[in-house]
Write a protein that binds this ligand. Structure first.
Ligand code: ATP
Ligand code: MG
Length: 402
C-alpha cells in the first residue's frame, strides 16, 4: 500500500441529524481515542461535520489500523486518502502519487462541494484523466467497467483522492444509546445478542443465573471468556451472577412440570427488573429467537414479559439458528459457547413444556408459595465480577466504571 495521508471515516447511521449528530461524532471520537490511543500514540484526529479524518504517520501500520477500526461501531466505511490543497495542480500531483504503480483500467469520479473551484466536475475529470494517461502508460480509461475508480472530492479547504475503501461495522458509537442489562446464559445465542447490542451503541451489563451445585463454576469461567472477547469493544463489562438454585427448586416443588420453564423465566425477568436501575440499565435484553424452543413462542414471551415494565430487546428475535451460528463464529464466541456445560435450564428441562402457557395459570401458581422471600435473597446474594482489558476481578477490588 502506498503512503496515504489520512484515513477518512464515513459515519455510520447517516440518518443521524442535528444535535444527535454532534453527540454521535463526539462519542465516536472518545471511543477511537480510548481504543487506539495506546497502540497508535502518534495518530491525530480531525472531526469534521461530514467525515472524521485520522492523520497517518510513518510509524503507523495502516493495514493493522484498518483492521482495528473494523471492530469499532459507528463507522460505515474506511477510506485511505491523499490530501492536497484544493487546486488542480495539487490534484494532479496526488494523482501521480496514487497511481504511479497501478496498471489496468480506471475512471475518474469527481464530487465537488467547493462551489468556487474554477473548473466543473466534468472538467476536472477530463483534465485529471488526460494527465494520468500521459504519465502512466500502463493505464487506460474504461468508464463502464473499470478495474478501479479514482475518487476525487473537492472541498473548500482541501481535496481528497482515493482508490479503495473498506467496510466498517456501521451502527452507533458505543455508549451513545445508553445501557442494557443482558441475560447471559452459557449458550450460543446470548453472546451473539451481546455483539448486536454493542454494535447499536448500547453498553451492556450481564446477568447470569447460576444453579450450583447443579451447574458448575466452569460455566462462569466460560462467561468470563465470552465477555473478554467483548472487551475489544467495551473496555469494562460487569457480570452479575445471581444464585438461582433455591428459587428454582421451589418452583419445581410447587408447579406442574409443564409450567416450570415459564415460571422460571418470569422469575428471571423479575430479578433483572429489580436490579436494572441499580446498574443504570434502561432496558433488558435476551438471546431469544421466536419459535426456537417452547419458551420462545410468542405466547410464552408475552406471559414472561408480563412481569416487567422494561423494554425487552431481543436482537435475535427473527434470525435463523444457522445465521446465529455463523455470527457466533465471526465474533469468536462459538468455540467458547460449545464447550460442554450444564445450564440451569437444561438440567431442569421438563419433557413437555407448555408452548402456549396461560397468564391466569401462572398467576394462580404463583399464589401458592412465598417465592418473594427467595427472590429477594437471590437478589441480595448477587456476586459481581468486573471484566476489564481481558482480566477478571471482583467488583469490590475494582472501581466502579463503565
Ligand atoms: P442461549 O443460547 O442464549 O442460552 P437458548 O437458545 O439456549 O439461548 P434459552 O435457554 O431458552 O435459549 O434461553 C433464552 C434466553 O434466556 C437466553 O438467550 C438468555 O438471554 C436467557 N437465559 C436463559 N438461561 C439463562 C441463565 N441461566 N442466565 C441468564 N440468562 C439466561
Ligand atoms: Mg440456554
Amino acid at each position: 500500500m502506498i503512503n496515504y495521508d489520512y484515513l477518512l471515516l464515513h459515519y455510520g447511521e447517516l440518518s443521524t441529524k442535528g444535535h444527535n449528530r454532534q453527540l454521535f461524532v463526539q462519542q465516536l471520537l472518545r471511543n477511537l481515542k480510548h481504543s487506539l490511543g495506546i497502540k497508535y500514540p502518534t495518530l491525530e484526529y480531525e472531526a469534521k461535520h461530514e467525515h472524521l479524518y485520522l492523520k497517518l504517520t510513518p510509524a503507523i501500520e495502516i493495514s493493522s489500523l484498518i483492521s482495528d477500526l473494523g471492530r469499532i461501531s459507528g463507522i460505515q466505511r474506511i477510506t485511505p486518502v491523499l490530501r492536497s490543497l484544493s487546486t488542480l495542480e495539487g490534484l494532479k500531483e496526488n494523482a501521480l502519487r496514487l497511481l504511479v504503480e497501478k496498471t489496468g483500467t480506471f475512471k475518474v469520479k469527481v464530487k465537488r462541494s467547493n462551489k468556487s473551484f474554477p473548473l466543473s466536475s466534468y472538467e476536472v475529470a477530463d483534465e485529471l484523466g488526460g494527465f494520468i494517461l500521459e504519465n502512466n502508460k500502463n493505464l487506460t480509461v474504461d468508464v463502464h467497467a473499470p478495474d478501479f475508480i479514482l475518487n476525487v472530492e473537492i472541498r473548500d479547504d482541501y481535496s481528497y483522492l482515493s482508490d479503495l475503501s473498506y467496510p466498517g461495522l456501521g451502527g452507533y458509537p458505543l455508549g451513545m444509546n445508553g445501557k442494557v442489562l443482558l441475560l447471559l446464559s452459557g449458550g450460543l445465542d446470548s453472546p451473539v445478542a451481546a455483539s448486536l447490542l454493542l454494535r447499536r451503541g448500547l453498553l451492556i451489563e450481564a446477568l447470569h443465573f447460576a444453579a450450583p451445585p447443579y451447574t458448575s463454576s466452569s460455566v462462569i469461567e466460560k462467561l468470563f471468556d465470552i465477555l473478554k472477547i467483548f472487551n475489544n469493544e467495551q473496555q469494562v463489562i460487569r457480570l452479575h451472577v445471581a444464585p438461582f438454585t433455591e428459587l428454582q427448586l421451589s418452583i419445581y416443588e410447587h408447579c406442574p412440570e409443564s409450567y416450570c420453564i415459564t415460571i422460571m423465566r418470569r422469575m428471571m425477568m423479575r430479578i433483572a427488573s429489580e436490579v436494572a436501575p441499580q446498574y443504570g440499565a434502561e432496558a433488558l435484553a435476551t438471546g431469544e429467537a421466536v419459535g426456537q424452543v417452547a419458551s420462545q413462542t410468542l405466547s410464552s414471551m408475552r406471559v414472561i414479559n408480563e412481569v416487567t415494565n422494561y423494554p425487552v430487546i431481543r436482537p435475535l428475535a427473527v434470525l435463523d439458528k444457522i445465521d446465529i451460528i455463523k455470527k457466533a463464529k465471526e465474533i469468536g464466541t462459538y468455540d467458547i459457547s460449545i464447550r460442554p456445560f450444564e445450564d440451569c435450564c437444561t438440567i431442569f428441562t421438563p419433557k413437555n413444556p407448555k408452548t402456549k402457557p396461560h397468564l391466569k395459570e401462572c398467576l394462580y401458581l404463583e399464589k401458592k408459595w412465598d417465592w418473594e422471600t427467595l427472590l429477594k435473597k437471590a437478589v441480595a446474594e448477587i456476586k459481581t465480577y468486573v471484566i476489564k482489558g481481558g482480566e477478571v476481578s471482583d467488583e469490590d477490588d475494582s472501581t466502579h466504571s463503565s
